[in-house]
Design a protein around this ligand. Structure first.
Ligand code: ATP
Ligand code: MG
Length: 592
């Protein structure tokens, strides 16, 4: 392709709303354009890369035995009501929805569990028709709150979504492992450094769920790894091994409850300093409003060690609800008669005539001689024993695990300590079980003619997000450094002058490379060399051939890779052979 005939404009300026490198570089390289917040057009150059990603995904899905389908993006409300997701998604604000001329309501698919389940229940009646795995590579819509990271978080974006259908859990496990293997091959082929971590299964439940994470500092997710190498989890899900307990050995001889003044001290840190103790001995008490699946709401207290934070993702499930949010201060007064800072589990007022349920985080299960708020301004209780004073309350509701893992905590596997890295979620595999098949009556007759719901799995992969994640991992100050499999073109030919000898030599190399099957982008524009070099760096094509008058007079042209940039002079006859070998080797170093 000759640039003079192409549709491409690069930009020097970084757009104001582009916060992450992949967004900045895709935009500056002229590969995407913004039509609206979170909604992007792909230019011819950008679409070449997207198509490469699509093809890698398609090849590996086909290789795994999955079957490609094409499900509607515009979906009737009725199937969403059947699955129970309509209200939840509308309340979360994530669903793009619309009305037709007859006032029928529709959703633009954020995923396609309902549509695929409907397809299967219409045509499958017997266990003999199972198993299978259906996938598509199609646009999805989500009205994300913060669509500010370019292709990493679009409101309209391309996802590969697959759905497996099995008679039993054993079959589901086989599909799950096949998808795991396919995803590993896909991200390997893209040249990405990735990790597979345990993920939260959300309010939906489901037995297993793992995320594929591209490790990058700009990642929105925090990932927890054991330095012994045997544990990885999203922080939303991560657990820890037993923590060191400051009260170890004191459990058998708890002291008598006493009062401890903490005037004007609102934080656990200030209180601990004033009381001459460690933050881990201060009990933090949080009062939440918990909304259940049936829409009813109640309150609950959660107590946790002062040096730990509550994990807001683990919390709702632990409290038996769908959502949990901190009780606003005006309502807190009705339960605790004091401001945050002095709230405690002892002496809370009943809520709607029932004692407030008190949940104890595991970190405090054995807590002895600890301090907690006395539900009175500026006052704490000292020498609280959780077993003696809290677990005997009429409202005591159980021990839960809701702490956020911290760097340096012991690994839950018993080996090593935890480290935290950041990552970008590019894929997610999930054992759904029978959630959708029960709700939507997607059943088959089993071997004994009994009707049973089908076991389902769902497997998502962000196609555009993976392209952006590749840039987050592979770039420098000058631009993108494409891994060969995702590069829009494999080789750039750059002519430095317009004189006949240079043009003839560059034209010839361009034709020879094309004839050899190399995807070439030929910068034949009438531009200054400096401009051409800057653009080539920005666009990041893996191998570059520069044809300039002076070198040509000496019988050579200049070769380099985008990654290493070191230039080598070679005679034009050798270019095709070296370029091909360099590309075959991944284009880090020139294969001279
Ligand atoms: P996130 O937590 O990042 O919002 P998610 O867990 O809601 O993502 P899934 O429902 O698991 O996303 O979707 C499957 C895959 O689709 C994700 O792993 C991700 O790669 C991709 N994806 C999800 N949301 C977006 C988005 N807004 N823009 C681009 N890709 C997305
Ligand atoms: Mg996910």
């Amino acid at each position: 392709m000759r640039w003079s005939n192409y549709f491409l404009s690069t930009l020097r300026e970084v757009p104001g709303d582009a916060e992450v490198v992949s967004h900045q570089l895709l935009y500056r390289a002229g590969m995407i354009q913004k039509l609206a917040a979170g909604i992007y057009s792909f230019t011819p150059l950008g679409f070449r890369t997207l198509k490469k990603m699509i093809e890698i995904v398609r090849e590996e899905m086909d290789r795994s035995g999955a079957l490609e389908v094409d499900l509607p993006i515009c979906q009737p409300k009725e199937i969403w009501v059947e699955s129970g997701r309509w209200d939840r998604y509308i309340n979360d604000g994530i669903l793009f929805h619309l009305e037709d001329r007859k006032s029928g309501e529709f959703a633009l698919a954020p995923t396609a569990e309902e549509a695929v389940t409907d397809m299967v229940r219409r045509s499958v009646t017997s266990w003999r028709q199972l198993p299978f795995n259906l996938y598509q590579i199609r646009t999805k819509f989500r009205d994300e709150i913060r669509p500010r990271f370019g292709l990493l978080r679009g409101r309209e974006f391309l996802m590969k979504d697959a759905y497996s259908f099995d008679l039993d859990a054993k079959g589901l496990d086989v599909h799950y492992r096949k998808m795991d293997a396919a995803y590993r091959r896909i991200f390997d082929r893209c040249g990405l450094e990735f990790a597979v971590v345990q993920a939260d299964s959300g309010a939906i439940g489901g037995s297993a769920s793992e995320e594929f994470m591209v490790v990058a500092e700009t990642g929105e997710d925090a990932l927890v790894f054991s330095d012994a190498g045997d544990y990885g989890a999203n922080i939303e899900k991560a657990e820890t091994g037993p923590l060191l307990e400051p009260w170890a050995g004191e459990e058998a001889r708890p002291l008598r409850l006493a009062s401890a003044p903490t005037p004007g001290l609102y934080t656990c840190e200030d209180q601990a300093a004033h009381l001459g103790t460690t933050v881990s001995r201060i009990v933090k008490t949080m009062i939440y409003e918990v909304v259940k699946a049936d829409g009813t709401a109640g309150v609950a207290a959660v107590i946790i060690r002062g040096d730990l934070e509550i994990n807001e993702v683990k919390l709702p499930k632990a409290l038996g609800g769908l959502h949990a949010r901190l009780l606003p201060e005006d309502r807190l007064l009705g339960v605790a008669h004091t401001r945050p800072g002095f709230v405690g589990p002892l002496g809370l007022s009943p809520f709607e005539e029932k004692p407030v349920p008190v949940f104890v985080d595991r970190s405090l299960e054995k807590g002895t001689n600890v301090y907690c708020g006395a539900n009175q301004d500026g006052t704490h209780h000292a020498n609280v024993s959780i077993a003696r004073d809290v677990m005997t309350l009429p409202g005591f509701a159980g021990v839960v695990e809701v702490a956020t893992a911290r760097e340096g905590d012991p690994s839950p596997t018993g080996r090593g300590t935890l480290k935290i890295k950041r990552g970008i979620e590019v894929g997610h595999i999930f054992k759904l079980g029978t959630k959708y098949s029960v709700a939507m009556k997607c059943e088959v007759a089993d071997q004994s003619q009994k009707s049973i719901p089908i076991q389902m799995g769902c497997y998502g992969l962000g196609v555009g997000r993976t392209v952006a994640a590749a840039i987050e991992q592979h770039h420098d100050d000058d631009g993108i450094i494409w891994p060969v499999p995702l590069a829009p073109f494999a080789c750039a030919v750059v002519s430095l002058q317009r004189d006949a000898a240079v043009v003839a030599a560059a034209d010839r190399l361009y034709e020879e490379l094309k004839a050899a099957g190399v995807e070439v982008f030929y910068d034949d524009r009438d531009e200054r060399p400096g401009v051409k070099f800057k653009d080539a760096d920005l666009i990041g094509v893996p191998v570059r051939v520069v044809v300039g008058g002076k070198a040509l007079a000496r019988g050579v042209v200049e070769l380099s890779t985008r990654r290493e940039k070191a230039k080598h002079e070679v005679p034009p006859e050798r270019v095709v052979e070296i370029v091909r070998r360099t590309l075959a080797g991944g284009a880090r170093t020139l294969a001279l």
